[in-house]
Design a protein around this ligand. Structure first.
Ligand code: SF4
Length: 375
């Protein structure tokens, strides 16, 4: 399990290593066809900042070689904001005395139909807070069953599950799982996740192994930028990615670097702020480190920045996202998990990408592929 590997990697030593990377380290990394995590550290280090243009060109080249001009489009649907956890940075935390919504089956179908009217989306991401009693595996299985007639590619972003539960959901058409570790800083993890299932660091970080063991086709990972030193956190994620690729090599991987945005609980302010330039550097570094990984940008990022990065390394994008349950049809006015920044419609995003010479793709999966990876 990855938690055993992580034990061997010191957070503080990693931070020191990144900060001590030199100009020569960066140049060496830029000249290597296959980078290791040491090279990745050099590319995200302050020493690489003057090489942003070179990194952008290299990132564009590798992306073009592997993905052509395509950008895979997806849309998230929040099924519930009911949650038993207490993440200090999220407005859905259990102590917030807000109204909770759990979509009924009829409401789910109304949402699916409403989404299909926005654009020809085929990639749907079902999102929930973490409430296994009220929105557990049977509920998710039903949501997947009902979504299947409308979408060819179904992913979930829900609480970490057991291997058997992931396996069970693959039989209901689920072919991808996204989970954010939020931070790999084990010492501070509990400060941000003081209660509920999510307070168990090991259970969360080893969830990715369980997805791999269950034969999930696509695994998405990410850290929440704003909690801990981002350079160290994404380096831990790079170690994690390499570990997963080695153990579950049939699986496709995606990464995401969500920057914290104000939630409506009014309290938590990010501990670290990442500039656009730094996010660009990280994106290029990830592409140079891994030519095949999907890099996903959500509507947390501005329209202008997303358009720019769509030509330089990003391969997957959400559009017209609502971050409240039932936001497309049933409850358009309820509390959002976070404010989106890119408020364009899906078709406006599509047109903008086309103008940039990209090929936005709505469907890149077929239901006939829905057989779990054999281990
Ligand atoms: S981040 Fe997710 S798990 Fe944490 S409180 Fe919000 S909805 Fe619940």
């Amino acid at each position: 399990m990855f938690s055993d590997e992580l034990e061997k990697i010191s957070w503080d030593d990693t931070t020191r290593k990144i900060l001590s990377k030199t100009d020569a380290d960066v140049r060496r990394a830029l000249n290597r066809e296959h980078c290791d995590v040491e090279d990745f550290m050099a590319l995200i280090s302050p020493a690489a900042a003057p090489y942003l243009e070179t990194m952008a060109k290299l990132s564009r080249k590798y992306t073009q070689e592997r993905f052509g001009n395509t950008i895979s489009m997806f849309v998230p649907l929040y099924l519930t904001n009911s949650c038993t956890n207490g993440c200090v940075y999220c407005g859905f935390h259990a102590s917030n005395p807000m109204k909770r919504t759990i979509l009924t089956e009829e409401e789910m179908v109304n949402e699916y139909k409403a989404i299909k009217k926005l654009a020809p989306f085929e990639n749907l991401l079902l999102v929930t807070g973490e409430n296994p009693a009220k929105a557990g595996v049977p509920y998710l299985a039903r949501a997947l069953d009902l979504a299947k007639p409308y979408f060819s590619n179904l992913k979930i972003e829900v609480m970490p599950l057991s291997t058997e539960e992931y396996e069970e959901l693959t039989h209901h058409g689920m072919n991808g799982v996204i989970c954010f570790q939020e931070t790999y800083n084990r010492a501070n993890y509990k400060i941000y996740h003081p209660r509920g299932m999510k307070s168990n660091f090991e259970w969360r970080v080893n969830g990715f192994d369980r997805m791999g063991q269950a034969g999930v086709h696509s695994i998405g990972m990410g850290v929440l930028i704003g909690l801990e030193d981002w350079r160290t956190d994404v380096t831990m994620m790079a170690y994690h990615l390499r570990y997963l690729q080695k153990h579950y090599w049939k699986t496709k991987y995606s990464v995401n670097f969500p920057r914290m945005r104000p939630s409506e609980n009014g309290g938590f302010q990010p501990n670290v702020v990442m500039s656009d330039r730094e996010l660009a550097q990280l994106t290029f570094a990830m592409r140079i480190f891994d030519h095949d990984v999907d890099i996903s940008y959500s509507t947390r990022e501005s329209a202008e920045f997303r358009d720019h990065m769509a030509t330089l390394g990003v391969t997957t994008m959400s559009a017209e996202s609502k971050t409240e349950p039932g936001g497309y049809y049933s409850y358009p006015q309820t509390l959002e998990q976070f404010h989106v920044s890119d408020e364009r419609t899906a078709m406006e995003v599509w047109k903008a990408l086309q103008r940039l010479g990209r090929e936005p793709v709505w469907k890149d999966w077929d239901a006939s592929f829905d057989v779990p990876n054999k281990k």
